[in-house]
Design a protein around this ligand. Structure first.
Ligand SMILES: Nc1ncnc2c1ncn2[C@@H]1O[C@H](COP(=O)(O)OP(=O)(O)O)[C@@H](O)[C@H]1O
Ligand SMILES: [Mg+2]
Length: 342
């Protein structure tokens, strides 16, 4: 049985000519005990799907189940901890608020309070437990929303863009914590995001949607393998010369030097390339430092599958943006990868 399963899940908004299909026949499968990344550009249909999973809105067609229970049923709801895209809280202090949320979810007051204290510590919010949650910063609110989702010890966490308000360092910290929780408590997590590089680091599997439809469904490793294809990177003692030599080699379809001055090869015939390469280099007095299939990032795969195209320049921009984001501002980061934010 899957932790989450949908069958042709569909949601239309509006009527007649204004009718708009936000989710279109989605078949989502989330294995128990995994972190499942749910990816797509803004407007792809992630939040709408999630709202159907938690039973907040009804599907127009199709169905969804949570551990075999129909989505929206009391049993299904009790299995889920949910953190919304834009969390809002009552004006209470953190502990009282969490106790209230625990009670609403059927946890008795004392137990809810001790669990709240423990979770606040886990998420480094212990210092703010007596403060009003209305005064929490965006990052603190996001963490509080996660704590609230965990208060009744759910089996499944559904998190809608839990890191969108966080700076890159905080994002990474939060996702690392999530990974620990999954291991410790055997949780299943469905986490939506349009920021792909972070999902790549913590997810076991991903579903990428576009216009309400699945475009990719795979494990992270499987995805990379599938898309790595015939692109290889070569580093030799003289890359300029290696580039010239390979440009005339029939088993290489396309050869170029990248910004790091490594030789990139799109192989026409991988077997033959592997065979001739060492000899070609040796005969010309070159030594080989490295030769490997190119590691693809989730970003490149994402842009390829949704048809926005991908090229080396994109990769360099992303690499650069990610590096810079660790020192520079978040705004910088977003503006540099602007293509994914809309
Ligand atoms: N209540 C609604 N009424 C009409 N259209 C909606 C409603 N909610 C979402 N949509 C539309 O459905 C599409 C998917 O939205 P959403 O699920 O929020 O995407 P995502 O979470 O991936 O950014 C968008 O085009 C959005 O404008
Ligand atoms: Mg959304």
């Amino acid at each position: 049985m899957h932790a989450i399963e949908t069958e042709g899940l569909t949601k239309d908004f509006g009527f007649w000519k204004r009718r708009f299909r936000a989710v279109d026949g989605l078949n989502l499968r989330v294995e128990e005990g995994t972190i499942h990344g749910f990816l797509g550009l803004n407007g792809a249909g992630k939040t709408t799907t999630i709202k159907m999973l938690i039973g907040a809105i009804r599907p127009t067609q199709g169905s969804a189940s949570i551990k075999g229970q129909p989505a929206g049923s009391v049993r299904a709801r009790s299995l889920i901890g949910y953190s919304p895209e834009h969390p809002r809280f009552y004006d209470m202090n953190a502990l009282d608020y969490l106790e209230l949320m625990g009670r609403i979810c059927g946890v008795d007051g004392g137990r809810a309070r001790s669990r709240a204290e423990e979770l606040l510590e886990t998420f480094d919010l212990g210092h703010a437990k007596d403060r009003s949650v209305q005064g929490f910063s965006a990052g603190m609110s996001q963490k509080l929303s996660l704590v609230q989702a965990l208060i009744h010890e759910p089996d499944i966490l559904i998190l809608d863009e839990p890191t969108s308000n966080l700076d890159p360092v905080a994002r990474y910290g939060l996702l690392k914590k999530l990974r620990e929780l999954v291991t410790e408590r055997e949780l299943t997590v469905l986490v939506s995001s349009h920021i792909l590089s972070e999902i790549e680091k913590v997810s076991d599997e991903v579903t990428i949607i576009n216009n309400g439809r699945t475009v990719v469904e795979n494990s992270i490793d499987g995805l990379k393998q599938e898309f790595a294809g015939n692109h290889f990177i070569l580093d030799a003692s003289d890359n300029q010369q290696a580039f010239s030599l390979l440009s005339q080699e029939a088993s290489a379809e396309k050869v170029w030097l990248d910004k790091k001055h490594k030789v990139n090869i799109m192989a026409a015939d991988i077997e033959r390339l592997r065979f001739v390469l060492p000899k070609l280099l040796a005969d010309n007095g070159l030594s080989l430092n490295a030769f490997a299939a190119k590691e693809f990032s989730l970003e490149s795969i994402f842009m390829t599958v949704i048809g926005e195209g991908w090229d080396e320049q994109h990769q360099d921009e992303i690499d650069g943006a990610w590096q810079e984001s660790l020192s520079g501002s978040v705004t910088d980061y977003y503006s540099r990868i602007g293509g994914y934010q809309r």
